[in-house]
Design a protein around this ligand. Structure first.
Ligand SMILES: Cc1cc2nc3c(=O)[nH]c(=O)nc-3n(C[C@H](O)[C@H](O)[C@H](O)COP(=O)(O)OP(=O)(O)OC[C@H]3O[C@@H](n4cnc5c(N)ncnc54)[C@H](O)[C@@H]3O)c2cc1C
Length: 473
């Protein structure tokens, strides 16, 4: 018997480990729910809810293939090796198959499993699935990992021009069915699993199923990719794919995205227009941060990518942090972004940058607190991308510019939300203001009566304070 362990890869199509398992023989599937470990990793309720909803769909899809899904609850990962060993003993498993997951805790969990099962003559096969290119294979001339995106991307382009990664087929229906007797096959609801209500359900905003994810991808490629480079920075416009949610729990694979991106070019690496190229680059940013997480494991231990930034004197100010977390900073674009995330689990990329730079530069609050808040609320929360994005914004990470990047959030707002419509959607207290005043309501009239706070910092002074703090590095 082969055992396929589903993790952040809840799909049947283009699933490397599943395909290999089913090629080797009769396969049973396993998923492990670890609420206490997820809490330690700050996984958002909305993300867990979304995961469980897709798991129900996956279970039904697996049944069509005569593959049973065992659902184990193991609160902490340290107990996973023993739990899997029991399943293996009961089902007489020869090999456990799984796709590699990144992060030091994930890698340790899998190492411990391999160590235990080896003693019982059971193999653990781990596959590269989440990235386009196997980890530890994108190297510079000195055989070292890249530290900046530009050079990493160039290497990826060279590899893609040789051949595009292709997709694995969905496994065929198994001939024999079998009975699982001693393990649960029921996917619990969020409430049953977590022992409390979810304060934010994913059901209304985020549909599950692989078919839905593929439809979103196809729709983006057909109707939005050509205008991606012009629309992608405007948070009120529907200019991006919104696929991060699906990529992160693996309802969709990165190879499916690449194949769709070059479908019109018959699967050849040929870039026809700017939208296509810029979207490819975004997928490569995702790739870059995953390779960074693997090659520089300190970033998954709350440490900065740039060691010298450890010296930074962050300000401890729980009142300011709380105002930022709740979208009450008095800077409309920042508050709009945070409130979008709190209501929907998602925030537009341009606004993620604005709010992250505001916290780490204007408020000079430790980026790790912002990173944590994002993880606790994002439906697409992903250690590699979130950490990479936060460290880039805080200038502790891979940003290659030779200065410390600080945005003026008001200018960003005027540029990327010119009519103020994004702010109007998420900060209804300001909905009646015109396009000129909405970005900085008290600028022209400090006595204006609004049910909205005044800016919590002076943007010019806080910018200078940040420059001073970073200068000392
Ligand atoms: C502070 C900060 C935190 C972030 N946290 C996360 C996170 O937890 N999870 C996450 O998936 N992305 C994160 N991002 C990256 C980016 O904001 C989202 O991937 C993007 O907004 C998702 O929207 P989309 O699917 O419409 O993207 P599109 O613009 O359509 O891009 C396509 C795909 O490329 C990838 N991508 C795009 N931009 C980036 C990027 N800058 N870094 C890494 N991958 C990228 C995503 O997988 C995305 O789905 C973060 C960015 C910042 C600045």
């Amino acid at each position: 018997m082969q055992l396929l362990w589903f993790r952040q890869d809840l799909r049947l199509n283009d699933h490397v480990a599943l395909w290999h398992a089913t090629q080797q023989g009769q396969t049973a599937a396993l998923v492990i729910l670890s609420p206490e470990q997820w809490a330690l990793h700050d996984d958002a309720d909305i993300k867990i809810d979304f995961y469980l909803r897709q798991l129900n769909v996956l279970k039904a899809d697996l049944e069509q293939l005569n593959i049973a899904l065992i659902v184990l609850k193991v609160p902490l990962w340290k107990n996973i090796p023993e739990a899997i060993a029991q399943v293996c003993a009961e089902l007489k498993v020869q090999t456990v198959h799984a796709n590699i997951e990144l992060g030091v805790n994930e890698l340790k969990r899998d190492f411990d499993l391999q160590y235990l099962l080896e003693k019982k003559n059971i193999l653990v096969e781990l596959y590269h699935d989440r990235t386009l290119f196997p980890l530890a294979t994108i190297r510079n001339k000195s055989d070292l990992p890249y530290k900046v995106f530009g050079a990493f991307k160039k290497n990826c382009y060279e590899r893609l021009s040789t051949s595009l990664p292709t997709c694995y087929p969905k496994p065929e229906k198994q001939n024999l069915s079998y009975q699982i007797e001693n393990f649960s096959q029921t996917v619990p609801s969020f409430e049953a699993l977590m022992g409390r209500d979810s304060f934010c359900s994913s059901a209304e905003l985020w549909s599950v199923t692989e078919q839905h994810a593929v439809k979103l991808l196809d729709d983006f490629i057909k109707n939005k990719m050509r205008t991606y480079q012009t629309l992608r920075d405007f948070p009120k416009l529907d200019g991006t794919s919104q696929l991060s949610t699906y990529l992160n729990i693996g309802i969709l694979s990165i190879r499916q995205c690449i194949q769709a991106l070059f479908r019109e070019q018959q699967g050849h690496f040929h870039i026809d227009h700017e939208g296509q190229q810029i979207w490819l680059d975004e997928l490569l940013w995702r790739e870059f941060y995953q390779h960074i997480l693997f090659d520089f494991p300190q970033v998954s231990k709350h440490l900065p990518f740039k060691e010298n930034t450890l010296k930074l004197a962050w300000i401890e100010d729980s009142t300011a942090l709380n105002a930022w977390q709740m979208g009450q900073t008095g800077i409309p674009i920042v508050d709009a972004g945070i409130r979008q995330m709190l209501s929907t689990g998602w925030m537009h990329n341009r606004v993620r940058m604005i709010v992250a730079i505001f916290l780490s530069k204007n408020l000079l609050i430790d980026w790790r607190l912002g990173e944590q808040w994002f993880m606790q609320h994002l439906i697409d929360g992903d250690l590699a991308a979130n950490n990479g994005g936060w460290q880039w914004c805080a200038s502790t990470g891979t940003d290659s510019v030779p200065y410390f990047r600080i945005f003026n959030p008001v200018s960003q707002s005027q540029k990327f939300d010119p009519q103020g419509d994004y702010i109007r959607t998420w900060v209804p207290e300001l909905a009646h203001l015109d396009a000129k005043s909405i970005h900085d309501p008290y600028a022209r009239n400090p006595d204006l009566k609004l049910n909205y706070p005044k800016p919590m910092v002076d943007l010019k002074q806080s910018r200078l304070r940040a420059l001073e703090a970073f200068k000392g590095l």
